[in-house]
Design a protein around this ligand. Sequence first.
Ligand code: COA
Length: 230
Amino acid sequence: MTQELQYATFLLSNFIEEVLVLDTNATIRIVPKPDWISYETITDVLHDAHTSTKQSGMLFNASSQSVEKTISRLGENGLFYVALTSNNEVVAVGAISFSKLKSEWYGKGNMCGHIKMVGVRGDYKRMGLNNRIYENLENYGFLHADVLEMNTACQNHIVLDSNERHGWKYVDCKSFPSTNYYSYVMAKWKNGCPYSERKRKLIFFFRKLSVHILKKQNGSYRFPISLIKK
Ligand SMILES: CC(C)(COP(=O)(O)OP(=O)(O)OC[C@H]1O[C@@H](n2cnc3c(N)ncnc32)[C@H](O)[C@@H]1OP(=O)(O)O)[C@@H](O)C(=O)NCCC(=O)NCCS
């Protein structure tokens, strides 16, 4: 079955439209991004969602990225889910794209779904929208990949703690040039974590340690690269 056909079957059988009724009796639909929603709108939702992280001093790409950046981060095989009010206002977004893991220990060579650019507008936070967007992204992701990954600032406890409660496991630590924090990478496997907890925790610990020793929070090396690579 082609990927397109598989996705069409998926939409018809399960998630053509998920309706979430909030406590306020407002109805929110969570759907794959329709064509009439522009990437300008998506980018605007991300900027609004990240007002809170900006105030905490974390500089996420999504807090100020251009529309072109939103599109390039999505990639050709990516998909956005959006949460729409009854007035068709976009109040939350989240994306997934796919690529093979090159050297990552937790799934080397496997197709992986990368969950990214998740954000909920200020007035709509704490209503369960993030969790519903994640459910949709995960269900879609596991149609195409056996492992999913996401990363966020190590200070972003709301996301990290919630993901841990939903079966995600810490696997790596990174420092990117475009951000001002260390990022924790979490993974979730279709058939559960294939590694023992002891092994996973040990590798995560050493990855964290080595990234902190070698790199600053802005992704630059603490020592000249020539010294490190010798
Ligand atoms: C993080 C964010 C997406 C959460 O969205 P949300 O719709 O408010 O989250 P939900 O209501 O679905 O709650 C998700 C979980 O986080 C918890 N949570 C949400 N806000 C919280 C807060 N302010 N303090 C503590 N816990 C919180 C909820 O209790 C829930 O826990 P559970 O998974 O155990 O049920 C939203 O706050 C946001 O847009 N933040 C800025 C952007 C961001 O950080 N994006 C992620 C980057 S990777």
